[in-house]
Design a protein around this ligand. Sequence first.
Ligand code: GRF
Length: 194
Amino acid sequence: MKRLNGKIKYNIAVFISGRGSNLKSIIKHSSKKKVLYKVKVVISNKKKAKGLLIAKKKRIKSYYVDFTKSKKQGYKILNILKKNNIKLICLAGFMRILPSYFIKLYKGKIINIHPSLLPKYKGLNAHKRVIENNEKYTGCTIHYVNNFLDSGKIIFQRKVKITKKDDKKSIEKKVLKIEHHIYPIIINKVLSNL
Ligand code: GRF
């Protein structure tokens, strides 16, 4: 915990695997007055994740750790989280299920954003499947993380209307814009209730 501009800020960690556009938005919002968090650490399970460059540019400590290699790697991350006094873990495009010992240790303190109206369209290629099924609506969901893919308790959802003109690309763009808007707000809300 740190006092910035007279306000208490909680340290959060963001886990990524790729582009990092949500990470960018989360960082951007962290400088706002009423925001309760500071992005202290970024963890990626992909060495070449573009999001790592965003972290570097913003001088945020970032680490590449491949969970698949060994349990030792997982413990390495737990150590980093502990050292940095991390209050909340936010998954943002993190494409792996966390080891169960992680979930146990950080129960109720790990959240994820998913680009569909869960429980529909869990997993990969949600937008593609939404279009193929001629859905009228899609959206995004922020939820707590448990041991199963995109299955934890839902915290917040926002609906997006699909028009006849929409394709996979335009839907992704619409949903992503909303993701960038709501994730920082919900992170703040979750922190204020911890
Ligand atoms: C987002 O659509 C997020 O909902 C999903 O993966 C995508 C990550 O995008 N889990 P980015 O890396 O934040 O740009």
